[in-house]
Design a binder for this molecule. Sequence first.
Ligand code: CTP
Length: 423
Amino acid sequence: MTATPDHSVLDGKRVLLVISGGIAAYKCLELIRRLKERGVRVRAVLTQAATQFVTPLSVAALSEEKVYTDLFSLTDESEMGHIRLSREADLVVVAPASADILARMAAGMANDLGTTALLATDKPVMVVPAMNVMMWTNPATQANVRTLEGRGIRRLGPAAGDMACGEVGSGRMVEPMEIVAGIAAFFAEQAGPRPPIHKPLAGRRAVVTSGPTHEPIDPVRYIANRSSGKQGHAVAAALAALGAEVTLVSGPVTLADPRGVRVVRVETAAQMLAASQAALPADIAVCAAAVADWRVVAAAGDKVKKGPDGPPTLTLAENPDILATLSQPGPQRPRLVVGFAAETRDVLAYAAAKLARKGCDWIVANDVATGTGTFGGDDNQVHLLRQGTEPEAWPRLFKTDGAIRLAQAIADTFTTSNSPEPV
Ligand code: CTP
């Protein structure tokens, strides 16, 4: 794959997904979910063979749209003819594309709803082949693919590897997230070249906290949490990309330093606070670190040993709140202070309370309940809460794309308001 395209280009797009028969059809459920999370409207057509592998009901449930399976259904024809179905889309994606449907497309056949829609469409078409390796390498399939490509049809994959049929080679459908990336790349390309890089935050200073903190128990043990630092590092990189001079105060992480950013490495919350304050004055502070709430009052100088008295008792003290400290009014207060709220339930209510309690200007509210995969994962779905306005729901985005969107929102604040007061 080439560089990951910006998935925000997908928001509001309409995709007609033609699912043909093949074991890979089950992956379309994941594909539909991922596209929907990114704001894509997905309508699906299942070929007869596809219904052997995936049920129309599950496709309908995930796409939240009526699913089309039969060309001759009168109700479907009256509600939505195949012509309209094929044209009310920005892109038609055939996934998985079996050897059979590729052959029928190449021959211009229209013997079921999927192929009729494909023949009738005036929209770009992308195929994602999936089949046995011998079927894929067969000269007939290869000729069909060349014919389709010659007509401007785009192709993603197939990938090589172990296949459901037990053979190894080329023919496996590319993974759902790669299809999402391919579709995003298509729409990005369609949108044309990006305007020249604009640096709206040039001359602004920013401090960003990121990652976990480690609070020592003794020289070999510590209290920590699962934060990866991906979000904070991505925000630092995005602010730097918009021209800001960024100091990233990072707890222990395994990530590479973002480009163009000054990185200060710390371990504990106390060190993180000191390094953040040392980075002032700044125009912007973004606290994305998962700071440990407590530290051990008297960390042992030597390794604590097991003994006859049983386990040691740890006395904890509350750590300084870096976000709240940076938000305190005063000459050093950054003009815009942004916090993150990681919640497992009542996300918006808790985030709103946090916004008020900490005195910051914005809170990016994250749902980190088990199963959302937010902690340590590559993407998340957030709400942006600004003092005095309604929460703004953002689509599910890669953390890097969410960071770009946040940095852009920050830049907008600085370019649309000359007020010296926090906005
Ligand atoms: N934060 C901070 N210093 C702390 C604790 C939190 O700077 N000692 C910041 C985080 O970086 C984040 C925000 O405060 O921007 C909220 O963090 P979160 O862990 O969600 O909240 P807590 O303050 O720990 O509150 P609670 O325990 O009620 O969830």
